[in-house]
Design a protein around this ligand. Structure first.
Ligand code: GLN
Length: 275
């Protein structure tokens, strides 16, 4: 067995105590330490010793730091995003919103104008702009740090010509209507448990939303109707147990929604059409 494979085996044993995915974590950190892709590491592992940075990466991961903050990257839908402290790490769950949008616009030329409320490092906005090459979009966030990641991601992905980014408070100052509105607001209840390392490392303001986790839906609900274009769609992420509560909140603002589930079959988004 090569030194690299031995180091991987040792590291995944070490991480098993603190991670649900120790082997994958070790592989991603090894690939980053070697400066190669994960696929290359698996298909054609280089010879030689593990780089010294690998031990350091495993140390940090063992202390709970998310893999994506250590490597500085996380894949989402068809793109790769730069992330780090101050930017919520993209979750596969949020791909439910893009998948729902792809389905909604399947028989059309696609959305022309896209709005991402709470864009963070640009996750949903940039994935959607990559999906629909003729679209333009606006990403809004209340965090200047998150927006600085979004700006760098837009530039690195060659999407900055189609992506405007703006500091703001949900759709409060949005003047136009959009064909596709994407939103992954904070929705964790203040005292609810989060996954390992999440609350310790990721931005509080992107995760928690008051005692019942619904504070931001209360703010969003009255704003949404006036920014959805005719024939458009708003796809709003929810916690798996929030479908009834958020459906009711939206209904109070005259918004009729239906539910989209994630790949695990759990409720994950509410889809609101134009009225
Ligand atoms: N699903 C995320 C988590 O718990 C929460 C993201 C959010 O609040 N939007 O880790």
């Amino acid at each position: 067995m090569s030194a690299i494979l031995r180091a991987l085996a040792r590291a995944s044993t070490r991480l098993a105590a603190t991670s649900d995915t120790p082997r994958l974590d070790a592989e991603l950190l090894m690939a980053a330490a070697l400066g190669i892709g994960h696929d290359r590491l698996l298909l054609d592992p280089p010879g030689g010793e593990a780089p010294a940075t690998f031990a350091d990466f495993i140390e940090r991961r063992g202390a709970g730091e998310p893999v994506a903050y250590i490597t500085g990257r996380r894949g989402f839908w068809n793109i790769d995003l730069e992330v780090g402290p101050g930017a919520l790490i993209p979750r596969p769950d949020s791909e439910t919103l893009i998948a729902a949008a792809v389905e909604h616009f399947a028989a059309t030329p696609g959305p022309k104008r896209i709005l991402d409320l709470g864009t963070g490092p640009g996750t949903l906005l940039l994935a959607a702009l990559d999906e629909w090459p003729k679209a333009t979009g606006l990403g809004i966030d209340s965090s200047p740090i998150a927006l600085s990641y979004a700006q760098r991601n837009a530039e690195r992905l060659g999407l900055s010509g189609r992506a405007a980014l703006q500091l703001g408070d949900w759709a409060r100052d949005v003047a136009h209507r959009y064909d596709l509105i994407l939103c992954n607001p904070p929705y964790v209840a203040a005292d609810a448990p989060t996954g390992p390392g999440v609350a310790d490392y990721e931005p509080t303001e992107a995760l928690f939303a008051g005692p019942d986790g619904l504070d931001d839906y209360r703010r969003l609900a009255p704003q949404l109707g006036r920014v959805i274009a005719p024939g458009g769609l708003a796809a709003i992420e929810i916690g798996f147990d929030q479908a009834d509560a958020v459906t009711a909140l939206f209904a109070e603002s005259g918004l009729f929604s239906h539910l989209a589930r994630d790949l695990g079959g759990r409720p994950r988004a509410l889809l609101v059409g134009s009225s």
